[in-house]
Each structure stands twice: as C-alpha cells, then as structure tokens.
Design a protein around this ligand. Structure first.
Ligand SMILES: Nc1ncnc2c1ncn2[C@@H]1O[C@H](COP(=O)(O)OP(=O)(O)OP(=O)(O)O)[C@@H](O)[C@H]1O
Ligand SMILES: [Mg+2]
Length: 231
C-alpha cells in the first residue's frame, strides 16, 4: 500500500500582513525600494591621488624630458575599452642632488599618464622601504611582494642607492631591476647618486642594465626645501 503525501498550499497572506505591520511600526514603507545614494564619477586620477603621498598629490611634471616620456608611453599603450593600457617602454632615471624635485617630477609623471587617459596599475616605493618590506620575517611572503613590484606595469623606485646595501639588498635590487629590464616594463627611478657612484653602490650588473633601459634626466640647482617658502 502506498501513501500519497499532499501538502496544503502555504498561506503567505497572513505572514505578509504581519511583516507589513512590523515595518509600519518602524516607520518603513515596504513599497519604497532602497535607492543608492547619488554618486559622482571617480576618475582614475582621483583614485591615484588617494595613494600619492600628500606632499606630491598635486605634483605636475613640467620637465621637458618627463613630459616627452609620458607622451611616448601614453602613445605606445595598447588600446582598450577604458583607454590605452601601459605597455613595454623606456624607463626614466631622474638623478640629482637632494631637494631638486626628483620625487615631485616622478609622481608628476604618474599623474601625467593618468591625465592622458592611460589605464594604469602602478606601485611606488623607496629603496629603503623596499628592503624593509621584503626582509624575511615570519608569516610574510617577501618573495610574493617582490614579484608584485617586479611585474607591476609601472613602478616608481624612489631614492635608489640611498639605503645601506648588503649582499642581500644587492641581490634584491638586481632581481627587481633585471625583471623590469628583461620585460621592458616602464620604471621611474630617482637617485641622488651620479652614474659612477651608482655602479659602486648597486653593482655593475644593475648599473649596466640601468644604462640601457633608462633615459637619464639630470636635475641641478638648489635644495628647494631650503629655498621654498613654508606652505
Ligand atoms: N616643480 C616643482 N614645483 C613646486 N614644488 C616643487 C617642485 N619640485 C619640487 N618641489 C618641492 O620641493 C621639495 C623637494 O622636492 P622633492 O622631494 O621632489 O626633492 P628630491 O629631489 O626628491 O629630494 P631627495 O633627493 O632628498 O629625495 C618638495 O617640497 C616638493 O614638493
Ligand atoms: Mg626624493
């Protein structure tokens, strides 16, 4: 003998009525659908500004070589739906004494690419911070972080050669620069060191790759920190 289970149709009416009563006591009208608050479009430049250190957030690249580099990179980018993507291209080595505006121009170059509509994934670090970030420690995958920086479409490596070096930092810098050299990934490098000292500080393998992969921009003049009026 087989039994057939028959399920009574559910009465949703009373349940819905109870729910509506609860909402009404809380001042909520169930017929009104939630609307997203009005938002203003956020441009890539505004998003980037949030990641740029405050001092350089309005930096404008006004040096002719840096403007030419930004024009070249923007012009060579692969076309895509959101604008040209950054591709292979030359790097810049911005050299000069302290306070001459190297970091200012480097962030200005990042901003220049964004204002030219280039879709851009970029990273920035000083070489001293790079060493600190990648130093082996428990629970931290330094190798992965190195790969992220090495493969990033645009990297700003600030103050190269300023940090204390060791065999380990030399190897790290070599691997970073060598990857970017081999894959021709645009890299903005600033340094206080003249060319001859760069070789001593970073080793010949790094200096040789930099000589081939970068256009050199040399800044001269007084320390702007000491001459500019306080903000
Ligand atoms: N073109 C510019 N217009 C206005 N301000 C500038 C310009 N260039 C640099 N500055 C200002 O001058 C100061 C020094 O600039 P910056 O930090 O770029 O120097 P630097 O060459 O990177 O120095 P260091 O070698 O010590 O890192 C900063 O306050 C920066 O905002
Ligand atoms: Mg600097």
């Amino acid at each position: 003998m087989s039994a057939t289970l028959v399920r009574e149709p559910r009465q949703v009416g009373p349940l819905a009525d109870r729910l509506n009563t609860i909402l009404a006591t809380r001042g909520i009208d169930p017929r009104v659908t939630a609307e997203d608050p009005p938002t203003e479009p956020v441009t890539a430049l505004e998003l980037a500004d949030a990641r740029i250190p405050a001092r350089y957030r309005r930096a404008l690249a006004d040096h002719s070589q840096i403007i030419a580099w930004a024009d070249h990179i923007a012009g060579a980018g692969r076309p895509g739906p959101g604008g040209p993507g950054i591709a292979e291209g030359p790097s810049l080595l911005i050299a000069g004494p302290t306070g001459t505006g190297k970091t200012h121009q480097a962030y200005g170059a990042v901003r220049a690419l964004l204002t030219r509509g280039v879709r851009l994934r970029w990273e920035a670090t000083t070489s001293a911070d790079l060493h600190a970030r990648l130093r082996p420690r428990a629970g931290h995958d330094g190798e992965r972080e190195l790969q992220t920086l090495a493969r990033c479409p645009l990297l700003l490596l600030d103050d190269l050669g300023a940090a204390k070096t060791s065999e380990w930092t030399e190897e790290l810098t070599y691997r970073l620069i060598n990857h970017r050299y081999e894959h021709m990934l645009p890299t903005l490098i600033t340094t206080n060191l003249p060319t001859a000292e760069l070789r001593t500080a970073l080793g010949d393998r790094v200096a040789s790759r930099l000589a081939e992969m970068t256009e050199r921009v040399v800044f001269t003049g007084p320390d702007r920190r000491r001459t500019a009026p306080a903000p």
